[in-house]
Design a protein around this ligand. Structure first.
Ligand code: 13P
Ligand code: SF4
Length: 319
């Protein structure tokens, strides 16, 4: 523990020396979340991470999360240096939506408005009309639907299906899934609800439909933390990455949080409610990046300029 504190002190000092700010997602290690908060940085969902990085005056952004979050920061802030503790942190949604296939799919449906989740590569964002995160996806698609637009949605099929059910919009869905949320098991969740009938169920919309159907609140990571704070229940069952428990417990200290089950009877899980890529971010690789300047994010300028249009529309819509 003493050594850990020393590493944290070194990181804090280097952040200051380099005019750098740490922006972290709720799913990364608790040490990184604590450090972000203690050093004037920020911990939030993917929309607010983008907003914070865009508005903060620091000349270097350190993004603790997965690659699309670093790329989004660079798309919005080409003049800033954007570093990440690791460049290996992928996202299954991004991996399952390769740009050439996606572009070909969009080209086959030229009468459709292209809306992509922020969990995508810069190239995919460059082909999109709008980027959204889970916190504004339903609102943005309803707004497009009111204008009579037909929509291509990518890449998360569960989130896409959820939006389609809620808005009734005409949507063509790409078929990728998140390795974490796809693992929640509805039968085991039903049994847990039976055991704790007083508990409210909080669900991230990357989860399968049968899980969403059992939810009392569905939303982005920030939105479900707010639900934990605002709903009167004393106990919650939470279907998202368990990294969220640190801030959730802080937001509602007198409440109890239980992980939704990822293991149905006889089943195995690939990720057990924790994103393997988020888990690659740690204190040691963060310090190394500050010492060496490695792991800088670059986005090719012609792609960046196009991706900026769809990403800026996300920020403008979210205002
Ligand atoms: P949020 O925008 O809700 O933080 O979601 C990002 C993510 O990767 C969820 O798996
Ligand atoms: Fe991607 Fe899922 Fe990890 Fe979020 S939790 S970064 S959606 S793989």
């Amino acid at each position: 523990p003493e050594q850990k504190e020393q590493v944290k002190t070194n990181i804090a000092q280097k952040l200051k020396e380099q005019d750098a700010v740490l922006v972290a997602h709720y799913y990364v290690d608790r040490d990184l979340q604590e450090l972000a908060e203690a050093t004037g940085g920020y911990v939030s969902d993917s929309l607010d991470m983008a907003r914070f990085g865009n508005e903060h005056p620091a000349t270097t952004l350190i993004v603790a999360g997965v690659r699309f979050m670093g790329e989004t920061a660079k798309i919005l802030n080409p003049e800033k240096r954007v570093l990440m503790p690791t460049l290996e942190a992928e996202c299954s949604l991004d991996l399952e939506c390769p740009a050439p296939e996606f572009i070909a799919f969009c080209d086959q449906h030229p009468d459709h408005t292209v809306v992509v989740y922020s969990n995508t590569s810069a190239e995919v964002k460059a082909r999109a009309d709008y980027v959204v995160t889970s916190s504004i996806a339903v609102d943005l698609v309803s707004w497009l639907d009111e204008q009579g637009k037909k929509i291509i949605w990518a890449p998360d099929r569960h989130l896409g299906n959820y939006i389609k059910r809620v808005t009734g919009a005409d949507m063509l869905l790409w078929q990728a899934a998140c390795v974490v949320h796809d693992e929640f098991k509805s039968r085991a969740l039903g049994e847990l609800i039976g055991k704790y009938p007083d508990a409210a169920v909080l669900v991230h919309p990357e989860s399968p439909e049968e899980i969403i159907k059992l939810a009392d609140a569905v939303g982005s990571t920030t939105q479900i933390i707010n639900a934990a704070k605002n709903l009167p229940n004393k106990r919650f069952i939470v279907a998202t990455d368990h990294g969220i428990f640190y801030k959730m417990q802080q937001a509602a200290p007198d409440k109890e949080f239980i992980e939704a089950p990822t293991m149905g009877e006889g089943a195995t899980c690939r990720s057990c409610a924790h994103c393997p890529w988020m888990a690659m971010n740690g204190l040691h690789n963060l310090l190394e990046v500050l010492e060496t300047g490695k792991n800088e994010i670059f986005v090719e300028e012609s792609i960046r300029v196009k991706a900026l249009q769809s990403t800026q529309r996300m920020l403008d819509f979210a205002k």
